[in-house]
Design a binder for this molecule. Sequence first.
Ligand SMILES: [Zn+2]
Ligand SMILES: [Zn+2]
Length: 639
Amino acid sequence: MQLELIDRPSSGVAAATLLLVSVLAGGCSREAPAPAAPAASAATEAPASPAAPDRPAANPERNAYFGDVHVHTGWSFDAFTNGSRATPTDAYAWAQGQEITNSGMGGKIQIQTPLDFYMVAEHAEFMGVFNQMSNPESPLSKTELAKGVNSPDPVVRMQTFAGVLRDMSAGKVDPMLTDPALASTVWAEIVKAADAAYRPGHFTTFAGFEWTANPQKRNLHRVVVFRDTAKLPDMVLSALESEDPETLWKWMDELRAKGSTLLAIPHNGNASDGRMFETVRFDGKQPIDAAYNAMRARNEPLYEITQIKGTSETHPDLSPNDEFAGFEQWDYTLSADYERPKHRRGSFARQALLEGLSQEATGNGNPFKYGFIGDTDTHNAAGSNEEFNYTGKFAFENDASHRLKGMEGQPAGQVRQVQEFSSGGLAGVWAEANTRESIFDAMQRRETFGTSGTMIKVRFFGGWDFTDADLKGAGAVRAGYARGVPMGSDLKAPSGKAPSFLVMASKDPKSGNLDRVQIVKGWLDASGKQHETVYDVAWSGDRKPDPKTGKLPPVGDTVDAATAQYTNTIGAAELATVWTDPDFDPAERAFYYVRVLEIPTPRWSTIDAVRLGVPVPKVLPVSIQERGWTSPIWYTPTG
Ligand SMILES: [Zn+2]
Ligand SMILES: [Zn+2]
């Protein structure tokens, strides 16, 4: 394993290398799995006996756990219509390394590095209804819609799904599709599957669902996660009655008052056409106020920054000086008819964080105080976060030719949307143990990071007196917690100095080396104007920033399009530094988050193109730089 530690300014911190191994990698179940063989399959192991040791051991200084809380199976209407016959039980088996076989056209699916936690989040709308259409005993199988849903032709099924989406957006719903008795039975089955697969200390599951509001095909979706299954509602909330997110938050508040513990995670602002982070209420007229801001912040601590339908960190139009903006963006609304969004403001996480500072400056509180995770939003039970093992979003894409070239008769716009799907992300969580309580509480306090699918590990602490000495010896993490705050927190009361940040990142053993670590800062100046800057704070090799532009040269690209191979001859296995904000003004509200970039590796479409012996479609990049984003740390002036 290549061990390299680059600091800026260069300052002989090799001693910290060993430390990094222990704080980032040590004790984690997934270290150094053999790339050739699928990692130890949970499916082939007997379920852990109560005496079996936790994997990894519980750690008061917290372990990085990787998972996905946004997973659909054939029990979601759109997943079923597009060919998935997998169940929640299949999903939990897949996440633990077992091969599953009922997920569409390409045969078996298996992850190479099993996940630590997983949550099936079926759409609340039409929950469990569409799969009844293939049950001859059910009256649903006699409907006109059932003909399209049961068609042997995947293109007809896709068009049937597009029609349902269109009707949903127009508020047209057949009452036959919203039988409450069926919905509550299916919800109970989903909870049962989650409970059955939960193995505390080894594999965590949650009960949850997706609230799927699509006003005018604009994505306002939220995934809802419950901390435990002791106090759950009999039925989940569908967006068919109201697409106003305030209805969801009120419903969540009511459940909380009755003893439930839950949170919501919005996603795909990039497909909301400016509606995800609006500063007006759902009616488009009334400005958001203190009550709205408090309700939103109370219910939504996290934002899903990346998934198959793209990354919504920031857009090049909003961040023209950020050469890494616009990554795997998927620039569409939620229409099945491939319509482009027109509005950038209100659609992206970085700008929402800035808008949150502006809201807070008015005295109304911050509605957009989001931490970050990633997920996949697979509709085929299998999260498909592994770029080199991509099996698509929908079951019909579980065939390399379908996802790369499209199907005969499929409209060209749809083919391109599928080609532009990202392979999906992962949620990283710093938690004491692999249990529902520990992982949920980490999500609630935003001690989380999102990745574009790889298992990059990143620690981030903010304080007032960190120095390079904190990276040496064995106590970096202890120092981080003792003298600072972790990702997702507010800096402790200012001391008159500029804040300093402790950052440590290590690569996914099965992916590319690290290119660089960046800190993204957003702030409000004295006039209330929003600003953002991206600082390169640690990088591989002996590159020097351009003296004129300040930009660090690119790391290079070893990807060979003809073979879809790359080499880890560039980049670093680990990067760490202590960085002090050189432009700090104690009077200005600010946030800081970390972005870690890998060296370029082949995109899934390049791997498929080689497999199929066709050229990479011109609209797609050959390689991508996989990355991770930590939750921010916020600074608020006193007085
Ligand atoms: Zn969604
Ligand atoms: Zn979803």
